[in-house]
Design a protein around this ligand. Structure first.
Ligand SMILES: Cc1ncc(COP(=O)(O)O)c(C=O)c1O
Length: 406
């Protein structure tokens, strides 16, 4: 047995492709392409690796799964069963998390848009922290908390000061005065945490270091202004687990920990909210070749409407029909959106022999692909969950119509 794409739950064996413990050909007897497959054991395995590494490096670490990476109830349910918290941006996600029994004290909610209904639900359900991206939202949250006679804990998302970044509160010595004034007036709020999420798919340790330094500098700016922060949240940004193996993750965690330990101010808790790392390589997309051109372009029966560029996934392509053949012949891959822009890969190393009906597997599509997918008027793919030998259908477009949450 040999791993495909570095994924221990996706293997080749005697010319056949194995999805966990089921043959892909067996799955395709009852499912047609395009088909999305999620690997439950890989999600659990990634969660366990992440927790093992960060718990061994930090004494005071907590992990919140970022639902936006993949909000399918079945995936979030797996995450819940492993004891993680949830990082959410809106009301549909909050309703889902509560329905799945994420404890409110393990839920943090916030984003660039906090509608009144969302704030009220957060206060009413006593969720752990509301994450504030805009200073004026503090006033809105305070008035809801005051009406309910509670003190709401707040996490401030600060601007990561990456070139062109507009998200979060820009903290400097000038506007900290305005922030302090608002915090002093908002008697029903307690600012406990600072969050900075630098970017997604960060393959370079230096980006994580920048993120930590921005948080530490901002903590100091607030401290000097008389605002004491208990916790820091470093966000997510880790690549797929197949891209960052456990030893690298540990090295990164150790580096982050030493930066924090050497800082003059001590924190009660260190939070992370990974999305992609936990679910990215647990998603496979099975497609087929529908056209081959003389200059080695292949067209698949999927496109950027299902695996959009916005998802920034490290997609790998395999010819599953010819899995034992060398994948070292430059091939370009197009999708079925009727525009020349629907290119999935150019000059990608693929099999020499290309035939219509060949099965193509795309790996690492578990995070953000469904999130950013759009409504191009093709039928949505079936979605199944595989665990050991068990295959469960979790989405059938002819029955369920849509996988969005409300
Ligand atoms: C605040 C915050 N935390 C976590 C994440 C998850 O990021 P990733 O999936 O790259 O780990 C995001 C993504 O945008 C975010 O904005």
């Amino acid at each position: 047995m040999k791993k495909i794409s570095g994924n221990p739950y996706f293997n080749k064996k005697e010319g056949e492709v194995l999805v966990d413990k089921v043959l892909l050909n067996e799955i395709l007897k009852t499912n047609s392409t395009p088909l999305i497959i999620f690997l439950e054991n890989r999600v659990r395995n990634n969660i366990n690796t992440f927790l093992r590494v960060f718990r061994s490096v930090f004494d005071n670490f907590q992990c919140f799964y970022s639902f936006k990476a993949n909000f399918l109830p079945e995936i979030c349910n797996i995450v819940q069963s492993e004891g993680l918290g949830a990082e959410l941006i809106g009301l549909p996600e909050l309703k889902l998390a509560l329905k799945l029994h994420f404890p409110p004290d393990k839920i943090i909610v916030g984003g660039p848009y906090l509608p009144q209904e969302l704030i009220e639900k957060c206060v009413q359900e006593k969720i752990k922290e509301i994450v504030v991206y805009n200073i004026n939202d503090l006033i809105k949250i305070n008035s809801v908390a005051k009406r309910s006679n509670i003190i709401q804990e707040i996490c401030l998302r600060i601007n990561a000061q990456k070139y062109g970044s507009k998200l979060g509160i820009l903290l400097n010595r000038l506007n900290v005065i305005q922030l302090k004034k608002i915090i002093n007036e908002c008697k029903n709020l307690k600012v406990t945490t600072l969050l900075s999420h630098y970017s997604t798919q960060m393959n370079n340790f230096e980006l994580f270091v920048k993120n930590v330094n921005i948080l530490l500098d901002s903590t100091k700016v607030l401290f000097d202004a008389g605002i004491k922060i208990d916790n820091i949240n470093l966000g997510g940004g880790f690549p797929e687990a197949v891209i960052m193996p456990e030893n690298q993750l540990r090295e990164l965690a150790t580096k982050i920990n030493s930066l924090i330990n050497n800082f003059e101010i001590k924190f009660k808790n260190i939070y992370f909210d990974p999305g992609r790392y936990l679910v990215g390589d647990a998603g496979l997309l099975i497609a087929k070749i529908i056209k081959v051109t003389e200059d080695r372009w292949i067209f698949l029966n999927i496109g950027n409407h299902i695996c959009p560029k916005f998802a920034k996934s490290s997609i790998r392509f395999y010819n599953a029909t010819k899995i034992e053949q060398p994948h070292k012949f430059k091939t370009s891959i197009a999708g079925i959106i009727p525009t020349d822009q629907d290119v999935l890969a150019k000059d990608y190393f693929f099999t020499n022999d290309l035939k219509e009906e060949d099965l193509v597997v795309l790996t690492n599509v578990g995070a953000y692909n469904l999130t950013f997918s759009n409504r191009f008027p093709y039928l949505l793919p079936n979605i199944i969950l595989v665990k050991d030998q068990t295959v469960t259908n979790i989405f059938n477009p002819s029955v369920n119509r849509d996988f969005s949450i409300n």
